[in-house]
Design a protein around this ligand. Structure first.
Ligand SMILES: Nc1ncnc2c1ncn2[C@@H]1O[C@H](COP(=O)(O)OP(=O)(O)OP(=O)(O)O)[C@@H](O)[C@H]1O
Ligand SMILES: N[C@@H](CCO)C(=O)O
Length: 313
């Protein structure tokens, strides 16, 4: 359920009067999603998505909205924020920061085929290239110090063996950060539910609210870890190669990236193992979230540790 704050037709009609989007035709709550309140809004000018931000504040949001506008300007199919009559992307609706963005076509897929993995790889490479000319920076809120802090808080809930694995991986990546790699804007959460597919084409990349500045290879590893896994949590070599080759054609990997690939996969798996443990054992008060299964990412991490030469180009 992702309508946390109700918006009536009268609320949105009044809000829309400060935009050049025509008149309201339809307002429909979107049930998916766990972070924000989302509505599909159809006006006489087209189809849009209204988002009311439930946690992010007006200080955090300009980075994300300007980033989406930048990427959309470069032809990346991502939600494009619409400016109001004062030329602002960010407004306030029912006491929540709010914005309205373009609605993209397509549906998320749960069992992607090889061509879809290739399409997502190509799009990620293009997004990374387009991000190079974006001027703003954002520290990764799920980086090394967050990993250490969060792991420290959740380890008491774990069996000794899992706690030991968690501690040793956190320490390993803290001592050996991925360096010398191309950096830039990363999406940092490009899981299957954040990509809308139109058959074998990418209709849209959505949910940029973990986007930050980081190693581009780390973003590739996050994406591969979700899109190219077998149900047992092992890399599907065909899907992985399809994604990586298509990415490489859009933004060629460097030799240092080839070398860093095994560790990038590991640290990307560790980040989601920790966040899922955290959401399971230490949920924020009042949070209406069905936590994702942390075991899946523990297994993925263990399989990466056992496979020092994972599928590459
Ligand atoms: N710009 C868009 N165009 C088309 N559909 C969209 C768009 N933005 C969101 N949606 C739809 O709304 C759903 C929920 O959006 P989203 O995933 O951004 O929710 P959230 O609560 O903000 O984030 P989270 O994925 O962290 O729960 C998506 O699965 C998608 O179906
Ligand atoms: N994609 C994340 C949740 C949202 O950040 C996960 O599957 O754990």
């Amino acid at each position: 359920m992702a309508v946390f704050t109700r918006v009536s037709e009268a609320d949105i009609a009044a809000w829309l009067s400060n935009y050049s989007l025509g008149t309201l035709i339809e307002l429909q709550g979107i049930p998916a999603g766990i972070e924000n309140t989302n509505y599909f809004v159809t006006t006489s000018n087209g189809r849009f998505v209204l988002t009311l931000f439930e946690k992010l504040t007006s200080d955090d949001l300009p980075f994300f909205l300007n980033l989406m506008a930048h990427l959309a300007r470069h032809g990346i199919p991502c939600p494009c924020p619409v400016a109001d009559k004062q030329n602002h992307f960010l407004g306030k609706l029912n006491d929540k920061p709010a914005c309205i963005v373009s609605r993209l076509s397509g549906k998320s897929v749960t069992q992607p085929n090889t061509a879809q993995c290739a399409a997502v790889g190509a799009m990620l490479g293009q997004m990374h290239s387009a991000g190079q000319s974006f001027g703003d920076q954002m520290l990764n809120p799920r980086g090394s110090s967050w990993r250490a802090e969060a792991a420290n808080k959740v380890k008491r809930f774990l069996p000794a063996q899992d706690a030991a694995l968690l501690e040793s991986e956190v320490a390993l990546h803290a001592a050996n950060p991925l360096n010398g790699l191309p950096r830039g804007i990363i999406h940092a959460d490009l899981f299957r539910d954040n990509v809308l597919m139109d058959g074998e084409h990418v209709g849209g990349l959505i949910d940029f609210y973990f986007a930050c500045t980081g190693n581009l290879l780390y973003d590739v590893a996050i994406t591969v870890n979700d899109w190219c896994m077998t149900p047992e949590g092992k890399l599907d070599a065909t899907h992985t190669r399809a994604m990586l080759n298509a990415y490489h054609a859009a933004r060629p990997f460097t030799a240092r990236e080839a070398e860093a690939w095994p560790m990038a996969l590991r640290v990307a798996a560790l980040r989601f193992w920790i966040s899922r443990l955290y959401d399971l054992y230490l949920p924020r008060e009042g949070e209406m979230v069905h936590p994702h299964n942390p075991e899946q990412f523990k297994r993925i991490l263990q399989n990466h540790i056992a496979t020092p030469q994972p599928a590459w180009l």
